[in-house]
Write a protein that binds this ligand. Structure first.
Ligand SMILES: [Zn+2]
Length: 762
């Protein structure tokens, strides 16, 4: 899974072909970050050899095999795929094994959705097989359309249309005066992670939740529907998990915080915190249209209306619907396939690289399109090993199972190995699905400079410019303001996005504090097959990276990253961009508070002036808002001081490293490097706190977290940001102190690393 591919606009650009990397013929190339000039040169040679190996024909063959049948958790082909991946790792000479966990995985037993008034209608809840699409007819192996970890339920109630089902949508419904407790709501997919919709609905007293795919978002409004085009057909349904992972934790709901091994203590189902409070069912726009068309009441606000040929009313009723769902609450095995390449100098420092192998159905795009790149990377590395390459650090390749239900395989593995990972993990790199287009880079900002360097060494298959240049120019094309365009042209590195959730990196960064990167190509192809039976080999080879050249680019990008991290004499973290990012977040938080104060002040004034009386239309009645307390000022000084400390220590470390670069390979440096790297590995851990975030102790990272009300969407400096957003101002003030303390500690660590370098070789 992962959030719906961001719809990046891409303009075709004609740019002269530029040479790759920092090397200009005839000049000495700039050494790589964390490498001496000599090792930098041999590293570049190994990397060049590596990038020549991945072969699109192999990627295509792997995909055809791995997506040939449905392979969700607990299915025969899920296990078969895990064994096939294991056999390949072994055939390539890697030390590999399968690690099994036993997890709660509900599958549907009963699914009924019908309208009982004012007319009768029974929803199909069925995606038809298509003659042209050879795997769409594997009915006996396909999971029905459903939302995993919905609670069982049998409810009948008036229907209310709630737009995307976010807190602000309910505020608007309050203003329209239509909201009554006890309704079944129908929400559109997207604009938040799906599990937020039933969570917010339950908080507002709803007793059931339907989520439908609106054609405006991924249906005929965007392009032709499958099989004529890539978009969602009328009966296509988005399956998906609605586990409330953001407020509780991802992974097996019965073993929070520990690996779901056979001897693990399990909660009774009734105590599992992450199961929804009300029953949920996803539906197609074919099934949604008659329900929405039967609603009366006020017209939906203009920006809520989709593109179905109906007037969008909000209700409540007269449409009354009956929703009944019941599930088999079974324990199922998940099979993580783990392969190891031992490090030759620092075997106790680990670079981990993962992608999931399970899918909702055949899952050619999600996740196999990036799983095949992972396999080709592993094969290429095995060939380098045969040619004498000896990675300095240990490399671990992981094909996760159970990602779709909610990061089951990766979370259980990370929890089961938490102590080892805290001691040994240097970096985790994730992918999950791949398409044509722009390289999307997200992760820990201490790795921002590093990953920009890798992107400068990879050729874009379509434009033949570097993927870095393509990403920069397309970002300039999309930038909204002149200031943004200027920064994109002048800043040495492109900013990378912060990590929220939605895929397997979550336990590594949020729970364990391991520096993380997440990457993928995309933005050129529209898709409306996400989590449906139509995400298959036929769709992928007609509408996405049909010749697998972006699959090769992904293997080259991630493989180069892994090798470069594994071989560096000094782990290539850089803290100048990190400090710059924290400074940006601090300003964002101050602006968030000021905007909120201004907004409430303005609304209070409008109430006093009688504005809501003046704009009242008796035929379209609305309810005026009530006066609200203006948010207090918060003390941002500790955060601003922490930014200053970070900026100073980051610069000191950067200078110290560049001064010692020439001598990194010297014999006298060896002992120093070991303790320096150990300290650097700790740098992301310093940003965590053992008590975790307010009300969600599993989430330990104080800088990055998924949002309680955004799900996959990130909340940076979450304690403070969500404190302001949720009007918990005293808590936000306390969180400023807590996060500032962590940043001051981080700054001390960076300063100490800089001093180690200053003293080295003296
Ligand atoms: Zn996925």
């Amino acid at each position: 899974m992962r959030p719906f591919a961001s719809m990046i606009l891409v303009f075709s650009l004609v740019i002269p072909c530029l040479s790759l990397g920092a090397d200009v013929p005839g000049s000495t190339p700039t050494p790589l970050l964390g490498y001496s000039p000599k090792t930098s040169q041999s590293e570049r040679e190994w990397e060049t050899k590596f990038r020549a190996i991945p072969d699109p024909a192999n990627l295509r063959a792997y995909m055809q095999r791995l997506s040939a049948r449905p392979h969700h958790v607990g299915s025969p082909y899920d296990k078969d795929n895990a064994e096939w991946i294991l056999a390949h790792f072994k055939e390539w000479g890697l030390d590999a094994h399968i690690e099994q966990f036993d997890v709660l995985f509900p599958t549907p037993k009963i699914r009924v959705l019908e309208m009982v008034a004012p007319t009768k209608f029974t929803a199909k809840l069925e995606e038809p097989a298509l003659a042209i699409d050879p795997t769409s007819n594997q009915k006996s192996e396909q999971l029905p359309t459903y939302n995993a970890y919905s609670i069982d339920g049998d409810v009948t109630a008036p229907l209310v249309f709630v737009n995307y089902g976010l807190p602000e949508d309910y505020e608007k419904l309050d203003r329209l005066g239509v909201w009554g407790k006890g309704a079944i709501v129908i929400a559109q997919y997207y604009h938040s992670w799906r599990g937020v919709k039933p969570k917010v609905a339950a908080e507002h007293g709803a007793i059931g939740c339907l989520i439908y795919s609106e054609p405006r978002d991924d249906g005929y409004t965007v392009d032709n529907v499958f099989p004529q085009g890539p978009m969602r057909p009328p009966d296509g349904v988005q399956r998906g998990s609605v586990m409330d992972f953001a407020s509780a934790s991802p992974g097996d709901p019965l073993t929070p915080g520990v690996g779901a091994t056979p001897d693990a203590k399990r909660l009774p189902l009734s105590e599992a915190k992450s199961i929804t409070k009300i029953p949920v069912l996803p539906i197609s726009y074919g099934d949604a249209q008659p329900l929405l068309a039967a609603l009366a009441g006020p017209m939906a606000p203009e920006d809520w209306r989709g593109t179905l040929p109906i007037p969008y009313h909000v209700g409540p009723g007269p449409a009354r619907v009956h929703l009944k769902v019941a599930f088999n609450w079974d324990t199922k095995p998940v099979y993580d396939v783990i392969a190891k390449i031992p490090g030759s100098v620092e075997p106790d420092e680990w670079i981990i690289r993962g992608n999931h192998h399970d899918a909702w159905v055949n899952g050619a795009e999600d996740p196999i399109s990036a799983q095949v790149s992972l396999l080709e990377e592993a094969r290429a590395m095995s060939l380098l090993l045969k040619q004498g390459w000896k990675p300095r650090r240990t490399i671990i390749y992981a094909a996760w199972d159970g990602e779709e239900p909610m990061l089951l395989g990766s979370t259980e593995w990370a929890e089961a190995h938490a102590d080892e990972l805290r001691a040994h993990a240097a970096v985790y790199i994730n992918t999950d699905g791949n398409d044509r287009g722009i390289l999307n880079m997200n992760g820990s900002h201490s790795l921002e400079h590093f990953i920009n360097g890798v992107a400068r060494d990879i050729e874009d298959p379509e434009t033949k410019m570097t993927v870095w240049q393509r990403a920069q120019l397309s970002a300039i094309a999309d930038a909204k303001s002149a200031d943004d365009k200027k920064e994109l042209r002048q800043r040495a590195d492109l900013r990378i996005g912060a990590l929220g959730s939605g895929t397997d990196f979550t336990a590594f960064i949020d729970h364990l504090g391991i520096a993380t990167l997440d990457m993928g190509y995309g933005g050129e192809d529209e898709q409306g097959i996400y989590h449906s039976i139509y995400d298959d080999f036929y769709w992928y080879t007609h509408f996405s990276d049909t010749d697998f050249v972006y699959g090769r680019a992904l293997a080259q990008t991630v493989g180069t990253s892994v090798i470069r991290l594994a071989d560096a004499e000094v782990l290539p973290f850089d803290f100048v961009n990190f400090a710059d990012t924290i400074e940006m977040y601090t300003k964002e938080l101050q602006k968030l508070l000021a905007d909120k104060q201004g907004e409430i002040r303005e609304r209070n004034q409008e109430i006093d002036e009688g504005m809501f009386k003046a704009t009242f239309d008796p035929r379209r009645p609305t309810i005026a808002p009530t006066r609200e307390e203006i948010p207090p000022h918060l003390n941002f000084a500790p955060l601003q001081n922490a930014v200053d400390s970070l900026t100073r220590s980051a610069k000191h470390y950067q200078d110290a490293l560049s001064q010692k670069q020439a001598t990194l390979g010297d014999e006298a440096m060896a002992a120093k490097l070991a303790s320096l790297n150990k300290e650097l590995m700790e740098s992301e851990r310093r940003l965590t706190n053992a008590d975790g975030l307010p009300r969600r102790p599993w989430y330990k990272h104080l800088v990055y977290a998924p949002g309680v009300y955004s799900g996959y969407g990130v909340k940076t400096v979450p304690g403070v940001r969500e404190g302001i957003e949720q009007k918990r101002y005293a808590e936000a003030d306390q969180e400023i102190v807590r996060v500032s303390k962590a940043l001051e500690d981080e700054s001390e660590l960076i300063e100490s690393a800089a001093k180690q370098l200053d003293q080295a070789g003296q």
